[in-house]
Design a protein around this ligand. Structure first.
Ligand code: GGG
Length: 357
C-alpha cells in the first residue's frame, strides 16, 4: 500500500499536547504514514496573527487525511475550514466502553454504538441577529400564539436550517452504516433523534427523511425518539443503540453525554467525513483548565487516529492500535488523572506504544 500523507493540526489549548503524542505513536509504530505538522493554531496566531496560514491550508488540500486537535479561540478558523469549506457533513462519533475506563455507570460493559451528528447545518454555524431586525424582515409572520415578532421587543434570534440536501445525505449515510454494521454482527438499527413534537416542520422534515431512507432498505430496523427521551434512554438502555442519527446541535450535546457514559470526553474520538478531505478529531475541546500541565488524556486523539487508519484502509494497523489502547485500560497501570490514574500524557502514550509492539 502506498504511503499516506497526513497533516497534523494541533489547534488550541490541549490540542497540540494530544496531537504530539498521537503522532509520536503513529510514527514510532512504523505505519506507512508521512505526517506533516505545519505551524497552525494558537502558536501560529501568536507568531503571525493567523491561526491557519495558507501553507497549512494547501497541505490539507493535498493530503490523504487530516488530524485535528481542538479549537476554542484562534483555531475556530481551522475548524470552519475543515468542516464547512471542505463540506465534511458527517461527524461520526463512536461510543464504546473499554473495560478499565472510569465510567459513572454501574454497568457500562458492552456499550458499543455509533452516533452520527449532522455536521454542516441545523443551528451551526451560528446564524443570529437582533429580533427587531427580523421582525421588520418578517412582518407577515405570526408565531404559534398569533403574535408578530415585534411583540417581543429587544433580543436575539438564531436560525436553524434543515435542508433537503443536508438531510438526504446524512440519512443515506446512517442507513448505509447500519447495513454495514449488520453485516458485522451488530443489530442493524437506525435510531433517529429529533424534537419533532415541538419543531414540527424542521425536526419533522428530518425525521420523515430518515424514515424514508430506512424504508428503502428492508433489512434495517428503525426507531425514533425525541431528544429529551433519548438523553434518558442513553443512560438507562445504552446497549439498545446501534446507529444514532441526529441534527447538529442535538448530536453535539448527546455525544458529550454518551462520551461521559463510557469514561469521559478524554476517550471520545470522532471522524468528520463526506467532504473533500476527511479530518479526525477528539470530541473534546481545548480544555483550557488543564492545558500545559502534561496530564490531558490523549485517548480521544489516539482513537481518532485509529479511525483515520480505518478510513485509509489500514485495517490491521487500526485494529492493533485500538487493541493497544484497550490493553492499557485493562491493565490500569498508566491511566491519566481523569481515569483515576497518575500517569502523564506522555506515560500513557508510551504504554500504548509498548502495547502495540
Ligand atoms: N475537537 C473538537 C473541538 O475542538 N470542539 C470545539 C467545539 O465545541 N466546537 C463546536 C462544534 O463542534 O460544533
Amino acid at each position: 500500500m502506498p504511503r499516506k500523507k497526513i497533516i497534523a493540526l494541533g489547534g488550541d489549548g490541549v490540542g497540540p499536547e494530544v496531537m504530539e503524542v498521537a503522532c509520536y505513536i503513529l510514527e514510532k509504530a512504523g505505519y506507512a504514514l508521512d505526517i506533516l505538522k505545519p505551524l497552525c493554531g494558537s502558536e501560529a496566531f501568536q507568531a503571525r496573527g493567523n491561526a491557519f496560514p495558507d501553507e497549512a491550508k494547501k497541505l490539507c488540500e493535498e493530503s490523504d487525511a487530516i488530524l485535528f486537535g481542538a479549537a476554542e479561540g484562534p483555531s475556530v478558523a481551522i475548524l470552519v475550514y475543515l468542516r464547512w469549506s471542505m463540506d465534511n457533513y458527517i461527524n461520526l462519533r463512536p461510543v464504546k466502553y473499554y473495560p478499565g475506563a472510569l465510567s459513572p455507570l454501574k454497568n457500562p460493559e458492552g456499550i458499543d454504538f455509533l452516533l452520527i451528528r449532522e455536521n454542516s447545518e441545523g443551528m451551526y454555524p451560528g446564524r443570529e441577529g437582533d429580533i427587531p431586525w427580523l421582525a421588520q424582515k418578517m412582518s407577515d409572520y405570526k408565531d404559534p400564539f398569533g403574535r408578530t415578532l415585534d411583540f417581543y421587543g429587544e433580543g436575539k434570534f438564531a436560525i436553524r436550517l434543515i435542508t433537503r440536501k443536508g438531510t438526504d445525505r446524512i440519512a443515506k449515510y446512517a442507513v448505509d452504516l447500519a447495513r454495514e454494521r449488520k453485516s458485522q454482527g451488530f443489530a442493524g438499527k437506525v435510531t433517529c433523534i429529533t424534537k419533532s413534537n415541538v419543531l414540527r416542520q424542521s425536526c419533522g422534515f428530518f425525521q420523515k427523511t430518515v424514515e424514508e431512507a430506512v424504508k428503502k432498505s428492508t433489512e434495517i430496523a428503525y426507531e425514533h425518539f425525541h431528544v429529551d427521551d433519548a438523553a434518558r434512554r442513553l443512560i438507562r438502555f445504552p446497549r439498545d443503540f446501534d446507529v444514532i442519527v441526529t441534527s447538529n446541535m442535538f448530536g453535539d450535546i448527546l455525544a458529550d453525554e454518551a462520551g461521559e457514559m463510557v469514561g469521559g470526553l478524554g476517550i471520545a474520538p470522532s471522524a468528520c467525513l463526506g467532504g473533500r478531505k476527511p479530518y479526525f478529531e477528539p470530541v473534546h475541546g481545548s480544555a483550557p483548565d488543564i492545558a500545559g500541565q502534561g496530564i490531558v488524556n490523549p485517548t480521544a486523539m489516539i482513537l481518532s487516529a485509529k479511525m483515520m487508519l480505518d478510513y485509509l484502509g489500514m485495517k490491521e494497523e487500526a485494529l492493533g492500535l485500538e487493541a493497544a489502547v484497550a490493553r492499557v485500560y485493562q491493565e490500569k497501570k498508566y491511566l491519566t488523572p481523569d481515569q483515576g490514574g497518575k500517569a502523564t500524557t506522555r506515560q500513557f502514550a508510551e504504554a500504548v506504544l509498548k502495547a502495540i509492539k
